[in-house]
Design a protein around this ligand. Structure first.
Ligand code: PAF
Length: 279
């Protein structure tokens, strides 16, 4: 497995792979890899001949009051996990490798990125789109894999890919959950045992919505109210609980099974978790 810090060296290696006729899969991550990330690497290996994993805690997607400094970093463990999954290359740049001191160019998606996470974190998707566009330019992958856990992120990136004519297939890989339902997340490292137990209310709320839809409920407002009640009872205050069209992320009043999703974000003290499900 190759490792790179320099964008030029990674770009040259990827170009050589392409000259050999190999399709490249990219798995962008912020490291602190868990089973969810490993499932993305496996999905990329199914679709491509060589897989590049990027491990970069991207400063531009964190607001000044957010957890950029505290975000868990475990580079040696990440490298071992990538090797174990058969990744071909890992890109581990430092911030200075990715951003010039006077960098002044941004990629912004102006529609899907405004609501939900974007309303709570107004500069977040600008940072995500910019770093993902840069990774796409450096690697020039044929396929890139992102986790459904960040449902809105995948929708925003798909829109960016369409609008900017990137010839890249975007795969949305299913959420990986602990056996008790908690969605895997690097930020779960912040949870105390009590908070973790209470956090199970998020997946419980989503399972409740799924069951209600399976039983015939179509009223989005009722589904949202029930999901809110479940998380609030466990001490998590919702930033949003929203039933949306799964592609446009526009809020809907009536669930269309198979084409709708419920997205939620909840706070408890200074903890914040997101989760979602297709309905
Ligand atoms: O989902 C993430 O971990 C990040 O937002 C991403 C896509 C790697 C960009 O920094």
């Amino acid at each position: 497995m190759e490792t790179f810090a320099s964008p030029e060296e990674l770009h040259a290696w990827c170009a050589a792979q392409k000259r050999l006729g190999r399709a490249i899969g990219l798995v962008p991550t912020m490291g602190s890899l868990h089973e969810g990330h490993l499932s993305l690497i496996r999905a990329a290996k199914e679709k491509a001949d060589v897989v590049v994993v990027s491990v970069f805690v991207n400063p531009t997607q964190f607001a000044p009051n957010e957890d950029y400094e505290a975000y868990p970093r475990r580079e040696q463990a990440d490298l071992a996990l990538c090797q174990g999954q058969g990744a071909d290359a890992v890109y581990l740049p430092r911030p200075a490798d990715m951003y010039a001191d006077d960098a002044s160019t941004w990629v912004t998606e102006t529609q899907l990125a405004k609501t939900l996470e974007g309303a709570e974190r107004p500069t977040h998707f600008r940072g995500v789109c910019t770093v993902v566009a840069k990774l796409f330019n450096i690697v020039q992958p044929d396929v890139a894999v992102f986790g459904q856990k960040d449902f809105q992120q995948v929708a925003v990136i798909r829109r960016m890919v369409r609008d900017l004519n990137y010839p890249i297939q975007i795969i949305r890989a299913p959420i990986v959950r602990d056996p008790d339902g908690l969605a895997k997340s690097s930020r779960n490292a912040y949870l105390t045992p009590d908070a973790r137990t209470a956090a199970l209310s998020l997946s419980k709320a989503l399972r409740g919505a799924q069951a209600a839809v399976a039983a015939g409920e179509r009223d989005a407002a009722r589904l949202e109210a029930d999901a809110r009640a479940v998380t609030t009872a466990a001490g998590w205050l919702p930033d949003y609980v929203q039933v949306v069209d799964a592609e446009t992320l526009i809020p809907i009043q009536t669930v269309l099974p198979g084409a709708s999703a419920m997205l939620l974000a909840c706070r408890r003290g200074n903890l914040r978790l997101i989760d979602n499900t297709l309905l």
